[in-house]
Design a protein around this ligand. Structure first.
Ligand SMILES: Cc1ncc(COP(=O)(O)O)c(C=O)c1O
Length: 403
Protein backbone atom coordinates (compact mmCIF):
# COMPACT_ATOMS: atom_id res chain seq x y z
CA UNK A 1 0.00 0.00 0.00
CA UNK A 2 1.33 3.44 -0.88
CA UNK A 3 2.12 5.59 2.11
CA UNK A 4 -0.26 8.49 2.67
CA UNK A 5 2.52 11.09 2.77
CA UNK A 6 0.32 13.93 3.95
CA UNK A 7 -0.31 12.00 7.19
CA UNK A 8 3.44 11.62 7.71
CA UNK A 9 4.71 15.13 7.05
CA UNK A 10 5.55 17.27 10.09
CA UNK A 11 3.39 20.25 11.02
CA UNK A 12 6.37 22.40 10.08
CA UNK A 13 6.50 21.04 6.54
CA UNK A 14 2.76 21.53 6.10
CA UNK A 15 3.04 25.25 6.86
CA UNK A 16 5.99 25.64 4.46
CA UNK A 17 5.10 27.33 1.21
CA UNK A 18 6.96 27.77 -2.03
CA UNK A 19 8.57 31.18 -2.37
CA UNK A 20 6.40 33.26 -4.70
CA UNK A 21 9.57 34.57 -6.31
CA UNK A 22 11.00 31.19 -7.12
CA UNK A 23 7.68 30.04 -8.56
CA UNK A 24 7.47 33.16 -10.72
CA UNK A 25 11.08 32.84 -11.79
CA UNK A 26 10.25 29.45 -13.29
CA UNK A 27 7.80 31.24 -15.58
CA UNK A 28 10.31 33.81 -16.70
CA UNK A 29 13.07 31.37 -17.46
CA UNK A 30 12.61 31.89 -21.18
CA UNK A 31 15.16 33.63 -23.40
CA UNK A 32 12.64 35.97 -25.05
CA UNK A 33 11.50 37.47 -21.73
CA UNK A 34 13.45 40.43 -20.35
CA UNK A 35 13.80 39.59 -16.68
CA UNK A 36 14.14 42.42 -14.19
CA UNK A 37 13.05 39.88 -11.59
CA UNK A 38 15.84 37.73 -10.08
CA UNK A 39 18.40 38.98 -7.61
CA UNK A 40 21.51 37.69 -9.28
CA UNK A 41 24.93 39.24 -9.78
CA UNK A 42 26.19 39.92 -13.31
CA UNK A 43 28.00 36.68 -14.29
CA UNK A 44 30.09 38.55 -16.87
CA UNK A 45 31.95 40.12 -13.94
CA UNK A 46 32.86 36.94 -12.06
CA UNK A 47 36.67 36.75 -11.76
CA UNK A 48 36.75 33.40 -13.51
CA UNK A 49 40.41 33.36 -14.51
CA UNK A 50 41.67 34.39 -11.07
CA UNK A 51 39.46 31.78 -9.43
CA UNK A 52 40.65 29.11 -11.89
CA UNK A 53 44.27 29.94 -11.03
CA UNK A 54 43.59 29.92 -7.29
CA UNK A 55 41.61 26.67 -7.53
CA UNK A 56 44.50 24.98 -9.34
CA UNK A 57 46.87 26.11 -6.62
CA UNK A 58 44.48 25.06 -3.84
CA UNK A 59 44.01 21.55 -5.25
CA UNK A 60 47.73 21.12 -5.96
CA UNK A 61 48.90 22.38 -2.58
CA UNK A 62 46.03 21.69 -0.17
CA UNK A 63 44.14 19.00 -2.11
CA UNK A 64 43.96 16.58 0.82
CA UNK A 65 42.36 19.17 3.06
CA UNK A 66 40.33 21.01 0.42
CA UNK A 67 38.60 17.78 -0.58
CA UNK A 68 38.15 16.56 3.00
CA UNK A 69 35.50 17.35 5.63
CA UNK A 70 36.41 20.46 7.57
CA UNK A 71 35.59 21.83 11.02
CA UNK A 72 31.93 22.84 11.46
CA UNK A 73 33.09 26.36 12.45
CA UNK A 74 34.93 26.72 9.11
CA UNK A 75 38.54 26.16 8.03
CA UNK A 76 40.93 27.96 10.41
CA UNK A 77 42.67 30.11 7.80
CA UNK A 78 39.41 31.54 6.40
CA UNK A 79 38.13 32.28 9.89
CA UNK A 80 41.42 34.06 10.66
CA UNK A 81 41.09 36.11 7.47
CA UNK A 82 37.49 37.04 8.25
CA UNK A 83 38.37 38.00 11.83
CA UNK A 84 41.13 40.27 10.49
CA UNK A 85 38.69 41.87 8.04
CA UNK A 86 36.13 42.33 10.82
CA UNK A 87 38.67 43.98 13.12
CA UNK A 88 39.72 46.39 10.39
CA UNK A 89 36.04 47.22 9.83
CA UNK A 90 35.86 48.27 13.50
CA UNK A 91 34.27 45.26 15.21
CA UNK A 92 36.14 45.65 18.49
CA UNK A 93 37.48 42.57 20.25
CA UNK A 94 36.36 40.21 17.47
CA UNK A 95 37.86 36.73 17.97
CA UNK A 96 37.55 33.51 16.02
CA UNK A 97 35.19 32.24 18.75
CA UNK A 98 32.74 34.91 17.54
CA UNK A 99 32.66 33.62 13.98
CA UNK A 100 31.24 30.63 12.11
CA UNK A 101 31.44 29.99 8.37
CA UNK A 102 28.06 29.09 6.83
CA UNK A 103 26.84 27.68 3.54
CA UNK A 104 26.02 31.28 2.55
CA UNK A 105 23.56 33.57 4.31
CA UNK A 106 20.50 31.52 3.51
CA UNK A 107 21.87 28.82 5.79
CA UNK A 108 22.65 31.54 8.32
CA UNK A 109 18.97 32.51 8.33
CA UNK A 110 17.88 28.90 8.67
CA UNK A 111 20.27 28.27 11.57
CA UNK A 112 19.23 31.47 13.33
CA UNK A 113 15.59 30.42 12.99
CA UNK A 114 16.43 26.95 14.26
CA UNK A 115 18.15 28.12 17.45
CA UNK A 116 15.72 30.92 18.38
CA UNK A 117 12.20 30.22 17.15
CA UNK A 118 9.69 27.92 18.83
CA UNK A 119 6.32 27.58 17.05
CA UNK A 120 4.33 30.77 17.67
CA UNK A 121 7.31 32.86 18.86
CA UNK A 122 7.19 36.52 17.94
CA UNK A 123 9.86 38.12 15.77
CA UNK A 124 9.98 41.59 14.24
CA UNK A 125 10.69 42.09 10.55
CA UNK A 126 10.78 45.10 8.27
CA UNK A 127 7.85 45.51 5.89
CA UNK A 128 8.82 44.76 3.18
CA UNK A 129 11.59 42.23 3.89
CA UNK A 130 13.73 39.61 2.15
CA UNK A 131 11.52 36.79 0.97
CA UNK A 132 14.10 34.07 1.78
CA UNK A 133 14.34 35.33 5.36
CA UNK A 134 10.57 35.29 5.72
CA UNK A 135 10.55 31.77 4.28
CA UNK A 136 13.21 30.53 6.73
CA UNK A 137 11.38 32.03 9.73
CA UNK A 138 8.00 30.84 8.49
CA UNK A 139 9.30 27.26 8.36
CA UNK A 140 9.85 27.46 12.13
CA UNK A 141 6.31 28.81 12.58
CA UNK A 142 7.24 32.31 13.70
CA UNK A 143 4.63 34.92 14.51
CA UNK A 144 5.55 37.96 12.41
CA UNK A 145 5.18 41.52 13.66
CA UNK A 146 5.98 44.00 10.90
CA UNK A 147 7.42 47.51 11.10
CA UNK A 148 7.29 49.75 8.01
CA UNK A 149 10.25 51.40 6.31
CA UNK A 150 10.74 54.88 4.92
CA UNK A 151 13.70 56.38 3.04
CA UNK A 152 15.85 56.12 6.21
CA UNK A 153 15.11 52.44 6.85
CA UNK A 154 12.98 50.90 9.59
CA UNK A 155 10.73 53.43 11.36
CA UNK A 156 12.19 53.39 14.85
CA UNK A 157 9.24 55.20 16.45
CA UNK A 158 6.88 52.45 15.26
CA UNK A 159 9.43 49.79 16.30
CA UNK A 160 9.61 51.17 19.83
CA UNK A 161 5.83 51.52 20.07
CA UNK A 162 5.31 47.91 19.02
CA UNK A 163 7.96 46.62 21.43
CA UNK A 164 6.40 48.60 24.25
CA UNK A 165 3.00 47.02 23.60
CA UNK A 166 4.48 43.54 23.22
CA UNK A 167 6.37 43.95 26.49
CA UNK A 168 3.20 45.07 28.26
CA UNK A 169 1.51 41.92 26.94
CA UNK A 170 4.34 39.79 28.32
CA UNK A 171 5.58 38.69 24.86
CA UNK A 172 9.22 37.54 24.64
CA UNK A 173 10.27 38.96 21.26
CA UNK A 174 13.03 36.70 19.96
CA UNK A 175 14.74 39.10 17.55
CA UNK A 176 14.48 42.02 15.15
CA UNK A 177 15.49 41.06 11.59
CA UNK A 178 17.06 43.94 9.64
CA UNK A 179 18.76 44.39 6.26
CA UNK A 180 20.41 47.76 6.88
CA UNK A 181 22.15 48.40 3.55
CA UNK A 182 20.38 48.68 0.18
CA UNK A 183 17.63 46.56 1.56
CA UNK A 184 16.17 43.71 -0.42
CA UNK A 185 13.63 44.53 -1.83
CA UNK A 186 13.36 48.29 -1.18
CA UNK A 187 16.94 49.43 -1.86
CA UNK A 188 16.80 51.80 1.17
CA UNK A 189 19.61 52.18 3.72
CA UNK A 190 19.27 52.63 7.46
CA UNK A 191 20.52 56.14 8.32
CA UNK A 192 23.19 56.69 10.97
CA UNK A 193 20.72 58.21 13.39
CA UNK A 194 18.32 55.29 12.95
CA UNK A 195 21.20 52.85 13.49
CA UNK A 196 21.86 54.48 16.86
CA UNK A 197 18.16 54.41 17.68
CA UNK A 198 17.75 50.76 16.70
CA UNK A 199 20.68 49.80 18.94
CA UNK A 200 19.28 51.83 21.85
CA UNK A 201 15.93 50.09 21.41
CA UNK A 202 17.63 46.68 21.25
CA UNK A 203 19.42 47.44 24.53
CA UNK A 204 16.37 48.96 26.23
CA UNK A 205 14.02 46.09 25.37
CA UNK A 206 16.69 43.39 25.51
CA UNK A 207 15.96 42.07 22.03
CA UNK A 208 18.79 40.91 19.75
CA UNK A 209 19.18 42.21 16.20
CA UNK A 210 19.82 39.95 13.23
CA UNK A 211 21.80 42.17 10.84
CA UNK A 212 21.66 40.57 7.38
CA UNK A 213 24.09 42.49 5.21
CA UNK A 214 24.86 41.01 1.79
CA UNK A 215 25.03 44.40 0.04
CA UNK A 216 27.00 46.77 2.33
CA UNK A 217 30.18 46.44 0.23
CA UNK A 218 28.29 47.23 -2.96
CA UNK A 219 27.95 50.94 -2.31
CA UNK A 220 28.65 52.86 -5.50
CA UNK A 221 27.92 56.38 -4.27
CA UNK A 222 27.31 58.32 -1.06
CA UNK A 223 28.75 57.84 2.39
CA UNK A 224 29.03 54.41 4.05
CA UNK A 225 27.74 53.91 7.59
CA UNK A 226 29.27 51.56 10.15
CA UNK A 227 27.59 48.20 10.53
CA UNK A 228 25.35 47.60 13.52
CA UNK A 229 27.66 44.83 14.74
CA UNK A 230 30.57 47.32 14.75
CA UNK A 231 28.51 50.03 16.50
CA UNK A 232 27.10 47.71 19.16
CA UNK A 233 29.40 47.34 22.13
CA UNK A 234 27.50 44.74 24.12
CA UNK A 235 27.10 41.83 21.72
CA UNK A 236 23.37 42.14 20.97
CA UNK A 237 23.88 41.95 17.21
CA UNK A 238 24.13 38.74 15.20
CA UNK A 239 25.63 39.67 11.82
CA UNK A 240 25.09 37.57 8.70
CA UNK A 241 27.56 38.09 5.87
CA UNK A 242 28.00 36.36 2.53
CA UNK A 243 30.40 35.97 -0.38
CA UNK A 244 27.44 35.71 -2.77
CA UNK A 245 27.31 39.34 -3.86
CA UNK A 246 30.93 40.33 -3.24
CA UNK A 247 32.44 37.34 -5.04
CA UNK A 248 30.14 34.58 -6.38
CA UNK A 249 27.00 32.86 -5.08
CA UNK A 250 28.10 29.54 -6.58
CA UNK A 251 30.75 29.26 -3.85
CA UNK A 252 27.87 29.01 -1.32
CA UNK A 253 29.82 30.65 1.47
CA UNK A 254 28.97 33.14 4.15
CA UNK A 255 29.72 33.74 7.81
CA UNK A 256 28.06 34.82 11.04
CA UNK A 257 29.55 37.09 13.69
CA UNK A 258 27.94 36.85 17.13
CA UNK A 259 28.43 36.44 20.85
CA UNK A 260 30.42 33.28 21.67
CA UNK A 261 27.43 31.64 23.35
CA UNK A 262 25.35 32.10 20.19
CA UNK A 263 28.14 30.76 17.97
CA UNK A 264 28.34 27.59 20.09
CA UNK A 265 24.62 26.98 19.55
CA UNK A 266 24.95 27.72 15.83
CA UNK A 267 27.78 25.17 15.58
CA UNK A 268 25.49 22.47 17.05
CA UNK A 269 22.67 23.47 14.71
CA UNK A 270 24.98 23.47 11.70
CA UNK A 271 26.43 20.05 12.56
CA UNK A 272 22.99 18.51 12.19
CA UNK A 273 22.40 20.47 9.02
CA UNK A 274 25.51 19.87 6.86
CA UNK A 275 28.48 19.04 9.14
CA UNK A 276 30.56 21.74 7.47
CA UNK A 277 30.51 24.15 4.54
CA UNK A 278 32.48 23.07 1.44
CA UNK A 279 36.19 23.02 2.31
CA UNK A 280 37.25 23.56 -1.31
CA UNK A 281 35.41 26.83 -1.76
CA UNK A 282 36.54 28.03 1.67
CA UNK A 283 40.18 27.61 0.60
CA UNK A 284 39.44 29.42 -2.67
CA UNK A 285 37.65 32.36 -1.01
CA UNK A 286 40.42 32.65 1.58
CA UNK A 287 43.15 32.77 -1.07
CA UNK A 288 41.13 35.31 -3.10
CA UNK A 289 41.13 37.69 -0.13
CA UNK A 290 44.70 36.95 1.00
CA UNK A 291 46.11 37.59 -2.49
CA UNK A 292 44.37 40.98 -2.50
CA UNK A 293 41.92 40.42 -5.37
CA UNK A 294 38.79 41.46 -3.49
CA UNK A 295 39.35 45.22 -3.65
CA UNK A 296 39.88 45.25 -7.42
CA UNK A 297 36.91 42.99 -8.04
CA UNK A 298 34.63 45.14 -5.89
CA UNK A 299 35.71 48.25 -7.81
CA UNK A 300 34.58 46.62 -11.04
CA UNK A 301 31.31 45.45 -9.49
CA UNK A 302 30.51 48.91 -8.09
CA UNK A 303 31.35 50.69 -11.34
CA UNK A 304 29.29 48.31 -13.49
CA UNK A 305 26.29 48.26 -11.16
CA UNK A 306 26.28 52.04 -10.85
CA UNK A 307 26.11 52.37 -14.65
CA UNK A 308 23.25 49.86 -14.77
CA UNK A 309 21.42 51.57 -11.91
CA UNK A 310 21.77 54.95 -13.68
CA UNK A 311 20.42 53.40 -16.88
CA UNK A 312 17.41 52.09 -14.97
CA UNK A 313 16.68 55.38 -13.19
CA UNK A 314 16.92 57.30 -16.47
CA UNK A 315 14.59 54.84 -18.20
CA UNK A 316 12.13 55.08 -15.30
CA UNK A 317 12.05 58.88 -15.67
CA UNK A 318 11.51 58.54 -19.39
CA UNK A 319 8.92 55.77 -19.59
CA UNK A 320 7.03 55.49 -16.28
CA UNK A 321 3.85 57.52 -15.60
CA UNK A 322 4.25 60.43 -13.17
CA UNK A 323 1.81 58.82 -10.70
CA UNK A 324 4.42 56.13 -9.98
CA UNK A 325 7.47 56.69 -7.75
CA UNK A 326 10.59 54.64 -6.99
CA UNK A 327 13.60 54.49 -4.68
CA UNK A 328 17.03 55.73 -5.78
CA UNK A 329 19.50 53.33 -4.22
CA UNK A 330 23.15 54.26 -3.65
CA UNK A 331 24.18 50.62 -3.86
CA UNK A 332 22.97 47.06 -3.94
CA UNK A 333 20.88 45.50 -6.67
CA UNK A 334 17.27 46.70 -6.50
CA UNK A 335 14.88 49.54 -7.22
CA UNK A 336 11.47 49.44 -5.45
CA UNK A 337 8.57 50.88 -7.37
CA UNK A 338 5.53 52.34 -5.66
CA UNK A 339 2.44 52.34 -7.89
CA UNK A 340 -0.89 53.92 -6.92
CA UNK A 341 -2.80 51.66 -4.50
CA UNK A 342 -5.48 50.79 -7.05
CA UNK A 343 -2.89 49.02 -9.23
CA UNK A 344 -2.58 45.36 -8.19
CA UNK A 345 0.93 44.35 -9.23
CA UNK A 346 0.15 40.63 -8.66
CA UNK A 347 -2.45 40.89 -11.44
CA UNK A 348 -0.24 43.11 -13.58
CA UNK A 349 2.40 40.37 -13.65
CA UNK A 350 0.45 38.26 -16.15
CA UNK A 351 0.18 41.21 -18.52
CA UNK A 352 3.88 41.88 -18.12
CA UNK A 353 4.70 38.29 -19.05
CA UNK A 354 2.51 38.60 -22.16
CA UNK A 355 4.58 41.65 -23.11
CA UNK A 356 7.76 39.67 -22.37
CA UNK A 357 9.01 41.51 -19.33
CA UNK A 358 9.21 40.20 -15.76
CA UNK A 359 9.52 41.72 -12.29
CA UNK A 360 8.91 40.46 -8.77
CA UNK A 361 5.51 41.19 -7.25
CA UNK A 362 5.74 43.40 -4.17
CA UNK A 363 3.37 41.24 -2.13
CA UNK A 364 6.00 38.45 -1.96
CA UNK A 365 7.99 40.61 0.47
CA UNK A 366 5.30 40.93 3.13
CA UNK A 367 4.74 38.04 5.56
CA UNK A 368 1.01 38.20 5.03
CA UNK A 369 1.13 39.41 1.40
CA UNK A 370 -0.81 42.48 2.48
CA UNK A 371 0.68 45.07 0.14
CA UNK A 372 -0.08 44.71 -3.57
CA UNK A 373 1.05 47.88 -5.29
CA UNK A 374 4.83 47.53 -5.36
CA UNK A 375 7.27 46.09 -7.86
CA UNK A 376 10.86 45.00 -7.27
CA UNK A 377 13.24 45.61 -10.14
CA UNK A 378 16.74 44.17 -10.43
CA UNK A 379 19.37 46.08 -12.41
CA UNK A 380 22.44 43.87 -12.01
CA UNK A 381 21.66 40.85 -14.20
CA UNK A 382 20.09 42.42 -17.34
CA UNK A 383 22.21 44.31 -19.86
CA UNK A 384 21.74 48.09 -20.21
CA UNK A 385 19.82 47.51 -23.46
CA UNK A 386 17.52 45.02 -21.73
CA UNK A 387 16.99 47.46 -18.85
CA UNK A 388 15.95 50.26 -21.22
CA UNK A 389 13.61 48.02 -23.24
CA UNK A 390 12.20 46.24 -20.16
CA UNK A 391 11.36 49.53 -18.41
CA UNK A 392 9.79 50.86 -21.62
CA UNK A 393 7.49 47.80 -21.82
CA UNK A 394 6.58 48.01 -18.11
CA UNK A 395 5.99 51.76 -18.41
CA UNK A 396 3.49 51.18 -21.22
CA UNK A 397 1.61 48.60 -19.16
CA UNK A 398 1.47 50.93 -16.14
CA UNK A 399 0.31 53.89 -18.25
CA UNK A 400 -2.70 51.86 -19.38
CA UNK A 401 -3.68 51.32 -15.72
CA UNK A 402 -3.45 54.90 -14.52
CA UNK A 403 -6.88 56.38 -13.73
C1 LIG B 1 18.92 40.08 2.25
C2 LIG B 1 19.42 38.75 1.79
N1 LIG B 1 19.82 37.86 2.71
C3 LIG B 1 20.29 36.66 2.35
C4 LIG B 1 20.38 36.28 1.02
C5 LIG B 1 20.87 34.91 0.70
O1 LIG B 1 22.04 34.91 -0.04
P1 LIG B 1 23.11 33.77 0.02
O2 LIG B 1 22.50 32.56 0.64
O3 LIG B 1 23.49 33.55 -1.40
O4 LIG B 1 24.22 34.31 0.83
C6 LIG B 1 19.98 37.19 0.03
C7 LIG B 1 20.03 36.82 -1.40
O5 LIG B 1 19.61 37.48 -2.29
C8 LIG B 1 19.49 38.46 0.43
O6 LIG B 1 19.10 39.38 -0.45
Amino acid sequence: MTVNWSKKFSERSITMKASAIRELLKLVDSPDIISLAGGMPDPNLFPKETIAKIAKDVFENHGGKALQYGATEGIPSLRETLVKEGLSEGIEGLKKENLIVTTASQQGLDLVAKIFINPGDTIIVEAPSYVGGLQAFHAFQANFVTVPLDDDGIKTDVLEQKLKTLKKDGVNVKFIYLIPNFQNPSGVTLSLQRREEVLDISHKYNVPIIEDDPYGEIRFEGEAYPSLVAMDKIGNVIALRTFSKILAPGLRLGWIIADEEVIKKLVLAKQASDLCSPSATQYIADEFIREGHMRKYLELVRKTYKEKKDTMLKALEKYFPKEVSWTKPEGGMFVWVNAPEYIDTDKLFEEAIKEKVAYVIGSAFYPHGEDKHHIRLNFTLPSKEQIEEGIKRLGNILKRKIK
